[in-house]
Every structure is written in structure tokens, then in C-alpha cells.
Design a protein around this ligand. Structure first.
Ligand SMILES: Cc1ncc(COP(=O)(O)O)c(C=O)c1O
Ligand SMILES: N[C@@H](CCCC[NH3+])C(=O)O
Length: 436
């Protein structure tokens, strides 16, 4: 068992997160509970700042906020002078409410709705990662409506297969994201943008996939993107002034995972672009990166209370907890692997092969597929590690389960950041209307 953050430790017969005893958090806030180490989040954001933003001229790291979105994370992110990637008007609205600078919001998405484009432009969001031809028309229409200029990067498919699971690969040829480079499709898109009165073409965007451990995939993608920049200049006479190299940086969930160092990836990206631009005698373009999981993934620990325990002779022990696929869909969806402990048995031998199940009416409702734990009993507290990315943000109310609270810990203290949903929240959208 490995805790993937220096901000949590097993000591004094318990689990401490930012020096806060997990058992005290359970007493104070109940379970299931998402605990996020602000210490870890700040450490990771500081890596983006010191090892990228401050290290190079003319770069901007973005935090991909789909991985974990709430007022507090946007407030903390803005302290580091970096930008964010948002994928809906909902995310943008929360970021703006948190006081995030709209000019540092980059709007992504493969089907941005007219209403979302209108909302974003009305609220001064002016960086769009353009995904398709319909979007070009819409952005031009709403930019004209507000008489504003939108700065566009064009998402181009690199045709590279990378990422932890088929569902989180985005850069291969058969994808719903971005413009294909086949038959010059992306060149037509760029020409259309250049011809648009209210959109300024700035550059190109690449995202190969998520939970990527393969440095070569980043290297190949960047070589391809330098060739795209040459082609755009040679065919259209247009300079690529911005390259967004995307995110996807893998983190360790279990000791089998071997993540790349942030600086290993970014220095490869910078070197390849620099070499490519130098060869043409061009100035270095602005370079963006946009990791999400890297910032928040290992910051999260979910605390659950154990309920029923079932031994199936010669098979395994099922331990059910008070949440499930509603607060952690990743195990069912991506076959994701996790580590964890029984907090109140932190010093006992892990001699039982356990499957941690949820309380949802689905056989796929598994929290951790297989883990060695001390023999569990009702009332034990199970801590699942590395749940900071794509857990709260992908949670649901299936089986009418209220969403858990989110608590941040920092320097020996805790604070509630998102309150636990109540039954009233569950009926909040019901209306009692007669047929008309
Ligand atoms: C365009 C884009 N950028 C950034 C990310 C962030 O990915 P990750 O959280 O793996 O860094 C994603 C999600 O995969 C994405 O689709
Ligand atoms: N939701 C995915 C990551 C994909 C992010 C969006 N492109 C995960 O949990 O791993």
C-alpha cells in the first residue's frame, strides 16, 4: 500500500491528511466524504508555476477544471497566476463567481451550445478552443452580437493512441474531438477562421488522451504539431503563434503505476517546438499545457463507512460501503484500480482479499475491485486513495443518493467546501404541474 501524496500519513494508529485525523473528519462531517488535501493541490499548482510558468517565456499552464470544479478550486488556482480549461457554461459560471479572470479561461468542448457560446462571450471569455465548423459560425455570430474579438486555437487530431483506457483516449483518428488533419480539413477550418471578422486565429491545440504514461506519445504528437505549423504557413501563409499541448499527465493510483515527471514532459514539448521553429527561423510560439488529474488526483481521499460484509467461500469477501458508483464511477467505467486502507485498522495485517462494493443496485457498482485489507466489520472506516480527479466531478444521484460533502484540509485544519446534498436537494427540480 502506497499513499501517493506526501500530505497524508499513516501514524498514531490513524490516517492524517494535512495533519488532520481522518477519524475526526468522519465524526465532524459524516460519510461518504470527499477529503481534498489543499496542501497537495497547492504543491501541484506551484509545480505548474515554478516549473513551467516561471521557467519559460511566453507560456501559460491551464488547470483542466473538469477534473474537479468548485468555487474554492478556482479561487486557489487564480492565486498561482495560471489559467483554466472549462468545458461548459456551468463550469465558466462557477469560475466567474469565484472571481476568476475571464481572459484566462479557455473554453473547450466538442459541442458548445449556442446558449453557452453566448454566455461565455457576454461574460468576456475570449479564448476558444475551436472544435468544429458549426462552432466557427456560432462564435462569429455571438462575437459579432457583442462586438468582441475571440482568440481561437483550433483543435487538430494528432492521430496518436494514448491514454489509460479506450474511453479516455482522444487523439486517435476515430474521435469525436477536433478537426481531422486528413484531406486538409483542419486547413479549411483555419481559413474560415482567418476569414471571420470577429475571430482571430492564434494557433493549434492537441490533446492525446488522459492518464498517459508514454513519453513517446507526447514526443510524436509535438513533432506532428510542428509539421502542422509548417503546413499552415506553407499552404495558408498563416503563422501558428500559439501551441496548446494539452494535458493527460498520468498519476499513480497503485504502486504499479509509474508516472512521468511533469518537467520531463514539458521540457520535451518545449524542446521539440523550439527546434522546429528554429529550423524555420521563427520566434517561439506561446505554449500552453492543461493538466487536470495531475493537479488534484492524488489530493483526494474518500472516506466511507463499512456496512455489510459477505464471505463467499473460495471466492472472496465483499465489503459494502455507504457510497458507490454514484461518487466513484471510474472503477466501473474504466476498470480503474485503487489503493486504500481501513483507517481504524491501519496497523492490522492485511490478510483478506476484499472487493469493496457500493450500495447501488448494479453489479458493476464496485469501488475497488480487489484489495488486501484486515478482515472488515460493519462500522469500519475505509479510505480510498487518489480520488481527487473525476470523482466528485463525475458523481451522480443514481438511486437518489445525495452527493457527499467535500472537505478541504490544510495545515492541521479542515473546512467544508461543498455541503452534503439533502433529500430536499433531490426533490428540488420536481415540479407539480398539471398537463396543459
Ligand atoms: C482537451 C483536454 N484537455 C485537458 C484534459 C485534462 O486531462 P487530464 O486530467 O488527464 O490531465 C482533458 C481530459 O482528458 C481534455 O480533454
Ligand atoms: N474522466 C476521465 C478522464 C477524461 C477526461 C476528459 N477528456 C477519467 O476519469 O479518467
Amino acid at each position: 500500500m502506497v499513499l501517493q501524496t506526501q500530505f497524508a500519513q499513516i501514524r498514531d494508529r490513524s490516517l492524517y491528511i494535512d495533519d488532520v485525523d481522518a477519524m475526526d473528519l468522519v465524526k465532524k462531517y459524516g460519510t461518504p466524504l470527499y477529503v481534498m488535501s489543499e496542501g497537495h493541490i497547492r504543491h501541484q499548482l506551484n509545480e505548474l508555476k515554478t516549473k513551467f510558468l516561471d521557467k519559460y517565456d511566453h507560456v501559460l499552464p491551464l488547470f483542466a477544471s473538469k477534473s474537479f470544479s468548485c468555487l474554492e478550486i478556482y479561487r486557489i488556482t487564480s492565486e498561482f497566476g495560471i489559467g483554466i480549461d472549462c468545458v461548459s457554461a456551468g463550469e465558466i459560471s462557477i469560475a466567474l463567481k469565484a472571481g476568476f479572470d475571464p481572459h484566462k479561461i479557455y473554453f473547450h468542448g466538442n459541442n458548445k451550445l449556442p446558449s453557452e457560446i453566448d454566455y461565455a462571450i457576454a461574460h468576456d471569455v475570449d479564448h476558444f478552443v475551436i472544435d468544429n465548423f458549426y462552432e466557427i459560425e456560432l462564435v462569429e455570430k455571438y462575437a459579432k452580437k457583442y462586438d468582441k474579438t475571440i482568440y481561437a486555437t483550433v483543435r487538430v487530431v494528432p492521430e496518436i493512441k494514448a491514454g489509460g483506457h479506450g474511453y479516455i483516449q482522444t487523439g486517435h483518428k476515430d474521435t469525436k474531438f477536433g478537426f481531422s488533419a486528413r484531406n486538409g480539413i483542419y486547413l479549411k477550418a483555419i481559413q474560415q477562421i482567418v476569414d471571420s471578422a470577429h475571430i482571430e486565429f492564434e494557433g493549434i491545440h492537441c490533446h492525446i488522451g488522459s492518464q498517459v504514461f508514454d513519453l513517446y506519445a507526447y514526443i510524436s504528437a509535438m513533432h506532428r504539431f510542428v509539421r502542422f505549423a509548417y503546413e499552415i504557413y506553407d499552404q495558408l501563409g498563416v503563422m501558428v503563434k500559439v501551441i496548446n499541448a494539452g494535458g493527460g499527465y498520468g498519476i499513480a493510483y497503485t504502486k504499479k503505476d509509474e508516472p512521468l515527471e511533469f518537467e520531463t514532459i514539458t521540457s520535451e514539448i518545449m524542446n521539440i517546438i523550439k527546434d522546429g521553429y528554429d529550423k524555420r527561423g521563427w520566434d517561439m510560439p506561446m505554449v500552453l499545457v492543461e493538466p487536470g488529474r495531475y493537479v488534484v488526483g492524488n489530493a483526494g481521499i474518500t472516506l466511507y463507512t463499512v456496512g455489510s460484509v459477505k464471505d463467499i467461500p473460495d471466492v472472496r469477501t465483499y465489503m459494502s460501503v455507504d457510497g458507490g458508483m454514484t461518487d466513484n464511477i471510474r472503477t466501473a467505467l474504466y476498470d480503474a484500480q485503487y489503493d486504500g486502507i481501513i483507517v481504524n485498522k491501519a496497523y492490522e495485517r492485511r490478510d483478506t482479499k476484499v472487493t469493496v462494493a457500493g450500495k447501488i443496485c448494479e453489479s458493476a457498482d464496485i469501488v475497488v475491485k480487489e484489495i488486501m485489507l484486515p478482515y472488515p466489520e460493519p462500522g469500519d472506516i475505509f479510505a480510498q486513495f487518489s480520488t481527487g480527479a473525476y470523482h466528485y466531478s463525475m458523481s451522480s444521484n443514481y438511486n437518489q443518493l445525495p452527493k457527499p460533502a467535500v472537505v478541504f484540509t490544510y495545515q492541521g485544519k479542515s473546512k467544508l467546501v461543498i455541503r452534503r446534498q439533502t433529500f430536499d436537494d433531490l426533490i428540488a427540480f420536481d415540479v407539480q404541474e398539471d398537463y396543459q
